[in-house]
Design a protein around this ligand. Sequence first.
Ligand SMILES: Cc1ncc(C[n+]2csc(CCOP(=O)(O)OP(=O)(O)O)c2C)c(N)n1
Ligand code: SF4
Ligand SMILES: [Mg+2]
Length: 351
Amino acid sequence: MSYIGKPKVTHPGLPRNKLGLTSRDYEGTVSTLCAGCGHDSITAAIIQAVFELGIEPHMLAKMSGIGCSSKTPAYFVSQSHGFNSVHGRMPSVTTGANAANRNLMYIGVSGDGDSLSIGVGQFVHAIRRNLNMCYVIENNGVYGLTKGQFSASADIGSKPKKGEPNKQEPIDPVSTALSLGATYIARSFSGDKEQLVPLIKGALMHRGFALLDIVSPCVTFNDHEGSTKSYAHTRQFYHHVVDMDYVPPAEEIKAAYNEGEAMPIQLHDGSTIVLRKVADDYDLTNRAHAFKYLRDHFEKGEICTGLLYLDESRAEMHELMGNIDTPLSELPLDSLHPGSQELKKLQSRYR
Ligand SMILES: Cc1ncc(C[n+]2csc(CCOP(=O)(O)OP(=O)(O)O)c2C)c(N)n1
Ligand code: SF4
Ligand SMILES: [Mg+2]
């Protein structure tokens, strides 16, 4: 794979964030994806979110597996850490990295194939551990990179370009994450940047496992009539449930919200997310209610979007394990290494 850098000519008038950086400083290499691919729009939304949050590039770790979606970390924040793992193994590699260095901010970018087929065993255990990361599934219903075979998120009746419609039940990442106890669950659409950017910001700042399931049409293999992951289908059946704004710790909430319509929730770092309910009858803090609502609307063919579930109270992986605050990567080797005598004692217990 060859990477082409973007020319670094920046307009002097470009807005700068709290670090003095422009959005151009958060770009990556030139994308090699097909023109119009939803994944490129998600990359643009990630760039905007990390720029606006003022994240120091060296404090970000971009993780991925294999697929067109998993290639995209190359296209944002060139100066951060990155690990492109094998197919479906991004969650375990991220778990290991996070165990060693809890100070970095982790963003994993995966596909519906990478996460729901070969990587499904890894995906569910990262949720169960409440791994502190933002997990993005760029969901197009197909294996784009290997030329458009149906993935496990393809809906029943969805028609391929050639061949028979899908007959098998889809795996819905949102319902799966709800049942496993993920603590921040959202769904959006690559074509809705206004909804997507605050959802990404909230997911990055949330302490615990944050899932973003983003419908991201594959223009080459799954954007035709009869596909349920096309631009036209998604726009027609898109149903906003709860939108949100993200307010950083240093800023006060300026917008006027009517009681009942908006609910501010403080995150652990002192920032606030302000929820704006679009569907009056939705309760995003009640798992059973959220599950039923999403299922009922799915059966009507609707795609519920927005922040769909939030639990700020659950402990994340390090807290659950009672780990020390200092990242293991910063501890001296002798404090991590028990020594050969201790190892012998430990082994003798198993003889
Ligand atoms: C172990 C292994 N099995 C199969 C493949 C072939 N393969 C590459 S990408 C991919 C699926 C990618 O689909 P998805 O994660 O949905 O990404 P997309 O390209 O649609 O963004 C498959 C099956 C592989 N690279 N490695
Ligand atoms: S094959 Fe599909 S998923 Fe892959 S880059 Fe092209 S449009 Fe995007
Ligand atoms: Mg896919």
